[in-house]
Design a protein. Structure first.
Length: 404
């Protein structure tokens, strides 16, 4: 028994030493205060800044074509720390650096010649593409390096900007970080029907591979302020931006798809013309394909429940069923207008299916879909679409009765 203990003791000591080594930390780790955390990226048509021109002139840089300007937004622990200690009107909690060239990967590596801090993309929140660039190049070309790069998460948000994308990564508000601001606006979808479901890197890649046309949220920047304003139409064949939807047309798409989480509908009393506002509590839409021989059509049934949130009608008594029914009808009329307008634009102007009609046909009648999928956008543009809207007011808030 004593010999057995003597054999185990060396093994126990060896294991203890190994465990002690593992507890010392990661041998390949980088101190966080030595990192530049990439949190935002903007792509625009190539336009060298004056600083870039001087650096390239004196540095005799690498051979390139000035096709794309990439603007990287960084945040470092030093910057964040100094911001909290020295809050002021001009104090920024981020740094934007631009590089112009023709290779996204080479541009990001060029930043290594300007900064001693390694650039990491693990925390990238948003990529914004300027509409001029999105009309000129395929999305998979612009995002290829990002999609191949394991550092950038597939959940990173992708937006299209009206005007220069780099402007969306700027702010005049002290302490505000523009990339986080853009990612945060997406979370307001429960308050409005004008924000599309977020389009991440992985979703963009999936849409491109499917060959279907789709929408991407557009963002507008004016004097450091940003707003989600409409959508970019991405053609399923060219994978380029081919047009835009305004904010009301985005609302129409949201009603067709039934993907809205909240928002309001402004209706008008048919007798007085006064405003009546319906607030959405729930929304559901069913797209039903109808196939008879070679003829295809669709029925869209839209349902919603909500509350009367604002009433300008002097004689409108919220406690009376008759008034509530009229309020429902006025809101339904507005939703029908929104749906009809965007269907007209989809079918007649752009001739693209950006609301998922083809996908419903594929699911419910795959044989027919296989026959028409090659030229589906053209077929869709000639397909009859019927739609019905039913809104129900189940609450009128804490105020009721006639205002007279």
């Amino acid at each position: 028994m004593e010999r057995s203990h003597s054999n185990i003791r060396p093994l126990f000591i060896s294991l203890s030493v190994l465990l002690f080594l593992f507890l010392t930390g990661c041998w390949s780790s980088h101190e966080i205060e030595e990192q530049s955390l990439g949190i935002g990226l903007a792509f625009d048509k190539g336009r060298e800044s004056s600083n870039e021109k001087e650096l390239n002139e004196y540095g005799k840089g690498y051979s390139k074509r000035n096709l794309i300007t990439a603007t990287y937004q960084f945040i470092t622990p030093q910057v964040a720390s100094s911001t909290t200690k020295q809050a002021g009107p001009l104090q920024k909690s981020y740094v934007n650096v631009s590089e112009t060239g023709d290779s996204v990967h080479q541009m990001v590596r060029e930043l290594s010649l300007r900064s001693q801090q390694p650039v990491t993309g693990h925390h990238m929140k948003v990529v914004v593409i300027g509409e001029n660039l999105a009309r000129s190049y395929k999305l998979e070309q612009l995002l290829d390096q990002n999609l191949r790069e394991s550092e950038i998460r597939p959940s990173c948000l992708v937006l299209i900007s009206k005007g220069r994308a780099s402007k969306t990564l700027e702010t005049k508000k002290a302490g505000e970080i523009p990339a986080f601001r853009l990612a945060g606006i997406v979370e307001n979808a429960y308050r409005t029907t004008r924000i599309l479901p977020p389009m991440s890197h992985i979703k963009v890649e999936s849409k491109i591979k499917s060959g279907s046309s789709f929408l991407m949220q557009k963002v507008l920047s004016v004097n450091g302020q940003v707003k989600f304003a409409g959508a970019a139409v991405i053609d399923g064949k060219t994978h380029k931006m081919t047009g835009t939807l305004n904010e009301e047309e985005v609302e129409g798409i949201t009603w067709i798809t039934g993907k809205g989480k909240g928002g309001v509908v402004k209706g008008y009393d048919k007798e007085t013309g006064q405003l009546i506002v319906y607030e959405i509590e729930s929304m559901k839409s069913t797209i039903k394909p109808r196939v008879k021989g070679d003829n295809i059509s669709f029925d869209v049934n839209i349902e919603s429940t909500g509350r009367l949130s604002e009433n300008w009608v002097d004689s409108g008594d919220s406690f009376k069923n008759e008034f509530l029914k009229n309020a429902e009808k006025s809101a339904e009329k507005e939703v029908k207008r929104l749906v009809g307008n965007v269907l007209e634009k989809m079918q007649k102007e752009y001739q693209v299916d950006i609301a998922g009609f083809g996908n419903r046909l594929r699911i419910e009648n795959p044989k027919v879909w296989n026959k028409v999928k090659k030229d589906w956008d053209q077929t869709f543009s000639e397909t009859p679409i019927n739609y019905d809207v039913k809104l129900t007011i189940n609450d009128y808030g804490t105020s009721g009765g006639s205002k007279k």
